[in-house]
Ligand binder design. Structure first.
Ligand code: SF4
Length: 297
């Protein structure tokens, strides 16, 4: 059962790192991603089809996140010895299932004829093996189990919270108590991007503080980005009340910028599509699901 949000539903838009990333990248992409149903020229089914195209890197990340979540959820119920072979077999089948079920950007835009298991699984396997040999896994499977009833694993409400009263989504991968603190772990399967990811860490600390009533005591939460790719690595940013305050200002500023593209902020109704300009940067278009709609395929 997906976790119910403790906040009453309102249609107003909610800030998130990914939403603002798309807004910054290309306003037209942002329109198709969040306001496709208002488009009068292109059918909603077409926009939705493009919206849900996946890609090889995205799907590697999805499978790794999903199977780690399955593993952690199972661990809450049974502490039977982990059978690595079976776990890997399950992960491989998950890759096959996604290849079968989903439409890929690479095949739709003719960059590849077919998606093969070899496009996904070797990377998934590397990431999962990195996780299984990490010190976090060892701790979680031993001492961490004492408080498994308090674990939060990929919250079903997408990490809905409030930043200075404004709706925001800060979805954590894994949140748990350790000693007298909370710990947030976020898995990454792609390249290391310290600047971007350190900013995300502040958001995770914020979510944890809000969820457990520690606001604004950032020192009560440790957050880590865990890179599971070719070379295992982790980053932990030092975060204090000043970072929290800057995060709030930034999230509010970015929310206001997105509100400016709404004709009705409360109902989250967008301005006319023509106000959402197409980017001039063709490099962004090369990786955009909607490029067919803009004549940039
Ligand atoms: S193809 Fe380019 S201009 Fe069109 S939505 Fe995508 S990024 Fe924007």
């Amino acid at each position: 059962m997906p976790e119910q949000s403790k906040y009453k539903f309102t249609p107003v838009l909610g800030w998130s790192v990914s939403r603002y990333d798309i807004f910054k990248r290309c306003k037209r992409q942002y329109y198709y991603q969040y306001y496709g149903k208002y488009d009068r020229d292109i059918s909603q089914s077409k926009i939705n089809f493009l919206k849900y195209l996946t890609s090889v890197p995205l799907e590697i990340g999805n499978v790794v996140h999903d199977v780690i979540a399955v593993l952690l959820n199972r661990l809450k119920k049974t502490q039977e010895q982990l059978d690595v072979e079976k776990f890997m077999d399950f992960s491989r089948r998950e890759c096959e299932k996604q290849i079968e079920k989903k439409k890929f950007f690479e095949t739709y835009y003719r960059l590849k004829e077919k998606i093969l298991i070899t496009d996904l699984y070797p990377k998934v396997e590397t990431c999962l093996k990195s996780f299984l040999s990490s010190s976090w896994k060892s701790w979680v499977f031993s001492e961490g189990l004492k408080n498994s009833d308090k674990w939060i694993i990929e919250p079903g409400d997408f990490g809905e919270t409030r930043v200075n009263g404004l709706k925001a989504y800060l979805k954590v991968d894994f949140l748990f108590p350790k000693d007298s603190k909370l710990v947030v772990l976020d898995w990454k399967t792609g390249k290391k991007d310290s600047d971007k990811h350190e900013n995300q860490l502040v958001g995770y600390v914020y979510y944890a503080m809000m969820k457990f009533g520690f606001y604004p005591h950032a020192d009560k939460v440790d957050a880590y980005i865990i890179y599971l790719g070719e070379e295992y690595d982790e980053i932990k940013a030092a975060i204090n009340e000043y970072d929290v305050s800057r995060f709030e200002d930034k999230a509010m500023e970015e929310t206001e910028a997105m509100y400016a593209y709404c004709k009705d902020v409360e109902q989250n109704i967008p301005l006319d599509k023509t106000e959402f300009k197409m980017t001039d940067n063709m490099n962004i278009c090369r990786f955009c699901n909607y490029r067919e709609l803009c004549g940039r395929d």
